[in-house]
Design a binder for this molecule. Structure first.
Ligand code: GRG
Length: 294
């Protein structure tokens, strides 16, 4: 029977949601505010693209469903911390996130900084302690995450992004920013799935390259949606314009950006053909990510 990908992803998202809820319970401690704030940002919002990508990749490689569930939740913790910090007045200064007030609008700003720090730290704690995985796998995941979320990935991209605000940058610099700021965590998510499934170096390389293409396509689509969603909702000015940021749309225009995202998707999907497995799930999910409308 053909796979109903939407149904499949909805089921898995629900499981991720319940697991995140268990990983960050409220606590009867004098500093429970920290757990409340972490739960405010982490639970009940977001598309869960990164943990879902890791689970779908692992399953594509023949791993039993939900193996490494705690480990993939660490990806969502890092992603959520990055959104909390990105929304702060010293960065993008966004008042809303995931359909509700940003964390620093709901809690004192200092708490928002600390909650981001907490989620960042907790992610590595969760990885180190996922006893469904071997010590070697846990180490591999910790190495992958520290590299892609850190100074050779997401933080590097964010620094470049901040430094480029209000400047005329070229396409090469924009691509470097996007590949690091957003693409690195998407590629890391695919690598998580490959490590959890115990993939060979050869398969790991193919999947990683697939992840890099999808990661860049994801961000190009985000640039496109920033413009098209603001047009649709009657906002004349997209948030990237407000923040004086160069995007694929400002550098290439809407049509060329759309074409580039679609070319990247096709290139990525062709890479999957080299894998001796049925990659239907991963293919459908990648198509959904690149063709998403929110
Ligand atoms: C502060 C260290 C640090 C890094 C921030 C990821 C990031 C770097 C900033 C986010 C800014 C942003 C909105 C970038 C656009 C692409 C992106 C990451 C969108 C949000 O990801 P989704 O669409 O969000 O997966 P949900 O809410 O569905 O999880």
């Amino acid at each position: 029977m053909p796979i109903d990908i939407s149904h499949y992803l909805k089921d898995k998202s629900q499981i991720i949601e319940e697991h995140l809820d268990k990983l960050i319970p409220e606590k009867k401690v004098p500093y429970n505010l920290l757990f409340q704030a972490a739960r405010y940002s982490l639970i009940g919002g977001g598309k869960r693209i990164r943990p879902l990508l890791a689970l779908v990749t692992a399953e594509t490689l023949g791993c039993s469903p939900l193996h490494g569930l705690s480990a993939v939740c660490a990806l969502e913790m890092i992603h959520t911390y990055s959104l909390i910090h990105d929304d702060l007045p010293c960065m993008d200064d966004d008042d809303y996130r995931r359909g509700k007030p940003s964390l620093h609008k709901k809690f004192p700003e200092g708490h928002a900084v600390l909650t981001g720090d907490f989620l960042l730290t907790l992610a590595f704690d969760v990885l180190a302690n996922d006893d469904s995985l071997s010590p070697q796998q846990r180490l591999g995941l910790i190495q992958t995450l520290s590299k892609h979320a850190g100074g050779e990935g997401m933080i590097a991209g964010q620094v470049l992004d901040l430094a480029s605000e209000g400047k005329n940058i070229n396409l090469e610099t924009l691509q470097l920013i996007h590949r690091n700021k957003t693409g690195a965590m998407i590629a890391a998510s695919i690598q998580f799935g490959a490590i959890i499934a115990g993939a060979s170096q050869e398969f790991m390389g193919i999947l990683y390259s697939f992840g890099e293409d999808i990661g860049l396509a994801f961000q190009i689509v985000d640039d496109i949606l920033d413009v098209t969603a603001s047009q649709k909702h009657g906002k004349y000015i997209a948030s990237d314009v407000v923040n004086n940021k160069a995007t694929y749309v400002t550098l290439l225009g809407l049509d060329k950006s759309q074409q580039l995202a679609s070319d990247l998707l096709n290139t990525a999907l062709n890479k999957l053909k080299a894998l001796p497995v049925d990659a239907t799930l991963l293919t459908k999910f990648a198509q959904l990510i690149v063709n998403r409308s929110f």
